[in-house]
Design a protein around this ligand. Structure first.
Ligand SMILES: [Zn+2]
Length: 385
């Protein structure tokens, strides 16, 4: 970090906000805002704006490194906490590649870096969050979810449906525990029913069941339509072929919760695999505070992330998310070149090009790559030409 570096980045941010629109949240006059600087991640908070125009001129005037806004709507958003008068809060989820456990690429590049594979993995978890939980279990429609790239190495999901606004802290905790909690216990899925003194019938989850039970039964039946999928769950080849051959009967029986018909020798480990595929991979460190705390501040979508220089860009739909590449689609500083001294062991893939690794080299880079490396502490900006 250097004076010239900080000044250059600040001017790039200012230029971005001069022409950028679409950062104002709904009910802007009821939101608390916070701002971060080079010195402090949240340097200012308890700020509010009457309308989009006020926010926009503030962004152009101060060119802040980080912009955050409250999950909450308040009567007095600029008052101290105890006098804000809470009116409700949106529901938020934070999926970060840094929290995904057992990501093979992290062994190569370490925790501090996010590569394309990290970003893709975070995207997969967001799709799971929406398709496995928010839509089927909580009944939200896709249109009620707002998804945005976090600006660094993950995604945020916001829900502003009337029914979630008044949820208190413990209701929010229940939701995050359900979604991000431990995998349910195998034993809670299966039970036996005595048919006669010598025979017990094995019962289990059916695809019509709610919550986790329906989820695993459906996932099993999905896998049952392909022998490869069945063996990838850890089912031996002979059993997989048998299931595949008898798929009609298997479907019919499992639809009624009858697992007696399907003999899988290592069912406990197969179910373990089925369950781990369903849960959101966010490790134990998941920042549940984001979901649980109704007064949480979070990065404002469509503003600059001061740790990368990328835009925390809104993604219009799940279909758009599938093909979204943040290292192309979230670029803010598209023009100009900067002279830098770079010292980075990473290969930066951005805007369809690759930069680095660099061994303490002086060179000119496009502004988006130079600012990214500068803000990650891997290059110093020497001059803006
Ligand atoms: Zn990676």
């Amino acid at each position: 970090m250097s004076d010239i570096g900080n000044k250059t980045v600040t001017e790039y941010i200012r230029d971005y906000y001069k022409s950028a629109t679409g950062a104002a949240p709904d009910r802007i006059e009821q939101r608390e805002f916070g701002f971060g600087s080079f010195a402090s991640r949240i340097a200012v908070r308890h700020t509010s704006f009457k309308n989009e125009r006020e926010l926009h001129s503030y962004l152009v005037d101060t060119a802040p490194l980080h912009v955050d806004y409250s999950a909450a709507y308040y009567k007095n958003p600029d008052a101290p906490m105890d006098r804000k008068e809470w009116l409700g809060s949106e529901l938020r989820f934070d999926i970060d590649a840094g929290d995904i456990v057992k990501l093979p690429c992290r062994i190569e590049h370490g925790k501090e870096w996010a590569c394309e594979k990290c970003l893709d993995a975070a995207k997969e978890e967001v799709i799971k969050l929406v398709e496995n939980f928010l839509v089927p279990d909580f009944g939200f429609s896709e249109r009620e979810l707002e998804i945005n790239f976090s600006g660094n190495r993950g995604y945020h999901v916001h829900i502003r449906k009337e029914s979630v606004l008044s949820l208190n802290k413990s209701a929010r905790e229940e939701i995050s525990n359900y979604i991000f909690g431990q995998e349910p216990d195998y034993n809670s899925f299966f039970y036996t029913v005595k048919i006669d003194p010598r025979h017990e019938k094995q019962m289990g989850p059916g695809p019509g069941d709610g919550g986790w039970r329906g989820k695993v039964a459906k996932a099993f039946l999905d896998a049952a339509s392909s022998k490869e999928d069945l063996t990838s769950l850890g089912i031996d080849k002979v059993t997989a072929s048998w299931i595949f051959k008898n798929i009609v009967k298997v479907r019919e029986q499992i639809s009624q919760g009858n697992w007696d018909f399907v003999r899988i020798p290592n069912r406990e480990s197969v179910f373990g695999n089925l369950l781990s595929r369903q849960v959101i991979n966010q490790g134990n460190r998941i920042d549940k505070g984001v979901t649980n705390d109704p007064s949480h501040l979070m990065r404002l979508p469509n503003t600059i992330h001061g740790g990368t220089g990328l835009i925390a860009k809104k993604v219009p739909s799940l279909a758009a998310l599938e093909i979204f590449d943040p290292m192309k689609g979230a670029l803010a500083f598209k023009t100009g070149e900067l002279r830098v001294r770079a010292d980075s062991r990473y290969r930066l893939a951005i805007n369809g090009r690759e930069f680095g690794p660099y061994k303490n080299e002086e060179l000119e880079l496009p502004a988006y790559a130079a600012t990214y490396l500068y803000l990650k502490g891997l290059a110093d900006i020497i001059s803006n030409k």
